[in-house]
Design a protein around this ligand. Structure first.
Ligand SMILES: [Zn+2]
Length: 400
């Protein structure tokens, strides 16, 4: 008996006899019908969902090829007699579009590179097909675009898709993309005159229903190429979303959509240039402030403390380096606000016998935060900072 989902892939509603109904976990029943239009998970295609007598069908599976198809049904009472099944058509059409789109893509890759398809996976957002590629070709965006154009030509021709169980004689004359081993119930999917492949999935009736195929990305590993794609309404939605985003960007730049790319590139370069200039200006400002620091002279050395607004950690380190090089007994602390925190950088002149790491820890015990370092330099982040308070803390630490 040929399954209803194979005989009538367009079927939305059907009526069949319950053969068995067993209690399953979580208030569910495992229902086997005389025949079914629910496609069970298999061949990379997720199962159909829908209802049986109005009760939700949560899963449809077939333990092995030819085994009874089990519907997992959430129901208060067991089902028996004749039941009405209703298929979630939107879900099914989506899968048929993905599956048929994959056939077209696989056909194009086979025609061009004699590359066989190994398997399909249809996920919730996208799908992928694995194809053999021992290095004879390299997938690029240009090649993906070419494949998409070839698939689009198939779609435009609106070729019929025929799924059937051929006789041995018919099988002899079919241009099968991939020869199968001897198989009793081989189901073949033919598209137009040139494409034929054994497949158990559900497919659209004509290539026009595939609507569109878009290759998203790919990765090559161990002689296989995995191609991620979207087809059908998924591809249309994907394209419409991207067009909307591109339009919005064009609006932001007050330019036509054809000018968006050069505009973004130009702006990116301008931003990089401005960032360089800003960085230099901040550094200049910070270094200017360094020259104005009035050090506190102590027996242990001169204490230099300053907050350098807008400085980053590199500027602080450069500042420390400039001070410690020109003052061999200097004990330097530079700080800069970074968001909610303050960056703290400490450094000692080469004749200083103090320990920068210890001094910084002493400061952090008052200002809060984390940090550490070596004898001659230390770095940290504090929760707050005040230059006058820092000077007082350092004085008391040095006199301790
Ligand atoms: Zn198929």
């Amino acid at each position: 008996m040929i399954a209803l989902y194979h005989q009538f892939p367009e079927m939305r509603e059907f009526c069949e006899e319950v053969v068995s109904c067993e209690v399953a976990e979580n208030g569910c029943f495992k229902v086997i019908l005389n025949n079914t239009a629910f496609y069970p998970t298999g061949g990379g295609q997720p199962c159909d969902l829908g209802t049986l007598n109005g009760c939700p069908v949560l899963d449809v599976s077939e333990e092995y090829e030819g085994a009874p198809i089990v519907h997992l049904v959430k129901s208060d009472a067991p089902l028996n007699g004749k039941v009405t099944g209703v298929i979630d058509r939107e879900r099914r059409l989506d899968f048929m579009q993905q599956h048929s789109g994959q056939h077209l893509l696989s056909h194009c890759l086979y025609e061009r590179f004699r590359s066989y398809s190994l398997g399909l996976h249809i996920g919730a957002a996208d799908g992928y097909v694995d194809v053999v590629n021992d290095g004879s070709f390299t997938m690029t965006r240009e090649l993906a675009d070419e494949m998409e154009r070839e698939v689009t030509a198939w779609i435009a021709r609106n070729e019929p898709v025929r799924c059937f169980f051929p006789t041995d004689e018919e099988l002899e004359h079919l241009p099968l993309r991939k020869k199968k081993d001897e198989h009793e119930n081989l189901r073949v999917v033919c598209i137009g005159k040139d494409e034929a492949v054994a497949c158990c999935g559900t497919h659209v009736a004509t290539t026009g229903q595939v609507q569109m195929v878009h290759i998203l990305s790919w990765n090559q590993s161990h002689g296989n190429l995995r191609i991620f794609f979207v087809a059908g309404q998924r591809a249309v939605n994907y394209a419409l979303t991207r067009i909307g985003q591109a339009d919005a960007v064009a609006k932001l730049f007050s330019c036509g959509i054809q000018d968006v790319l050069p505009m973004v590139e130009k702006t990116k370069n301008q931003v990089a240039e401005l960032q360089r200039e800003l960085g230099n200006a901040k550094k200049e400002l910070a270094m200017g402030k360094l020259a104005q620091i009035a050090p506190i002279s102590t027996e242990k050395g001169e204490i230099y403390v300053a907050e350098l607004p807008g400085a980053d950690d590199k500027t602080l380190k450069d500042g420390i380096s400039a001070l410690t090089k020109s003052h061999s007994k200097a004990i330097c602390l530079l700080a800069a606000q970074a968001g909610e925190q303050f960056l703290l950088s400490m450094g000692l002149g080469k004749e200083s016998t103090e320990n920068a790491g210890t001094l910084l820890k002493g400061l952090l015990s008052v200002f809060g935060g984390k940090g550490g370092g070596r004898q001659d330099s230390a770095f940290g982040k504090s929760e707050r900072f005040d230059a006058e308070e820092a000077k007082a803390i350092l004085l008391s630490l040095l006199n301790a």
